[in-house]
Design a protein around this ligand. Structure first.
Ligand SMILES: [Zn+2]
Ligand SMILES: [Zn+2]
Length: 342
């Protein structure tokens, strides 16, 4: 089979590989769509921490189940996606029903080889039914589930003001699921085009351009002096995260979905007097995947809002680098894989 291997930062190459053998506990998927994520782009750039090469990238996937291998309830030939965070099943997080933050997690396409290939073996426990959705939709479930998980972590209630900082692909997903939860959504970013997109396509209630406006004043006006009861960072920028502490209401939750490498600093008295809650949100769980699929089926999330670029598998090495350039306006690049022979 054909696979695209990231041999070292800056170099992707097609490799002819043996199609994986069927083995105990693993199902086999014939890959048909691969969504390209920030993680893949950063791995290619060489800026992704803890990354080793060579590595086959790709974790936003959909395809045909060519070998269910005993996965309960799954049929040969059905269209599936899967949860790409392979967990150990026995650590403290796993036994507390938090496999998304397993102490020994192996993320597909990060810690182990991913799906930029014609076939992929995945643990049978990770499979998710396609439920009538298209390949495109199913390849979008994982990035959207990250947003759905952040909203569930924050336990967003109808009518709350939710401020989402960062309007990249993950931030957009957070905004969608905040809206679906009944929140009043405030989108914040530096980029006017992205903010207009949030207003026009995602129907957020308010937008704030952090580079052009007085953020504290705007937030105070919008919330009638209360400030947002939920603030979610989707930038992964230390500066943005530290600034976010100023925006939270008394009694608020501040959720970090974006990740950065530095140390956060905050004013303890300001944080304390608010009795605020700071939490991280990592990956997603089956419950989040199912919530995303149900929301797509109801038409609450439109894939066309996300897929800005499309390329055939055999052209990926030509196009990949261009998706790093913000001027190209990439939200989600989708790779189409032709049906490989069995
Ligand atoms: Zn991703
Ligand atoms: Zn575990």
């Amino acid at each position: 089979m054909q696979a695209i291997v990231c041999e070292e930062p800056g170099r992707l190459a097609f490799k002819e590989q043996e199609r994986p053998e069927i083995k105990e506990g693993y199902a086999q998927i014939r890959i048909r769509r691969i969504g390209v994520c920030g993680t893949d782009l950063h791995a290619f750039e060489g800026t992704q921490p803890y990354f080793t090469y060579p590595r086959i990238l790709g974790h936003e996937l959909s395809g045909e189940l060519v070998e269910p291998n005993g996965a309960p309830g799954f049929k040969k030939g059905e269209i599936v996606t899967f949860i790409p965070y392979f967990n150990c099943g026995i650590c403290i997080a796993c036994i507390s029903e938090k496999p998304n933050c397993c102490a020994k997690i192996n993320v597909c396409g990060v810690h182990v080889d991913g799906g930029m290939a014609e076939y992929l073996n995945v643990p049978t426990y990770s499979l998710v039914h396609g439920d009538g959705l298209s390949y495109d939709e199913l390849a979008l479930v994982e990035p959207l589930a990250i947003g759905a998980h952040g909203i569930r972590r924050a336990d967003v209630k109808p009518g709350e003001y939710v401020l989402v900082i960062g309007a990249g692909p993950i931030g957009l997903g957070i905004m969608e699921f905040a809206r679906i939860a009944g929140a009043k959504v405030i989108a914040m970013d530096l980029n006017t085009k992205r903010l207009e997109f949030c207003m026009d396509r995602l129907k957020v209630d308010h937008i704030i351009n952090v580079s052009a406006e007085n953020v504290l004043e705007r937030l105070s006006t919008i919330t009638e002096g209360d400030m947002p009861t939920v603030v979610i960072d989707a930038t992964g920028s230390l500066k943005a995260i530290n600034s976010g502490f100023q925006y939270i209401a008394h009694g608020a939750r501040y959720v970090l979905v974006g990740l950065q490498k530095g140390e956060i600093s905050l004013s303890h008295p300001e944080f304390h007097k608010r009795e605020a809650t700071l939490m991280s949100s990592r990956n997603a769980t089956r419950q989040d995947f199912e919530h995303v699929i149900a929301s797509m089926k109801k038409g609450l999330v439109q894939p066309s809002n996300y897929i800005t670029h499309r390329v055939q598998f055999d052209k990926v090495t030509d196009e990949f680098e261009s998706w790093l350039d913000p001027a190209n306006g990439v939200i989600k690049a989708m790779i189409e894989v032709q049906r490989a022979p069995l």
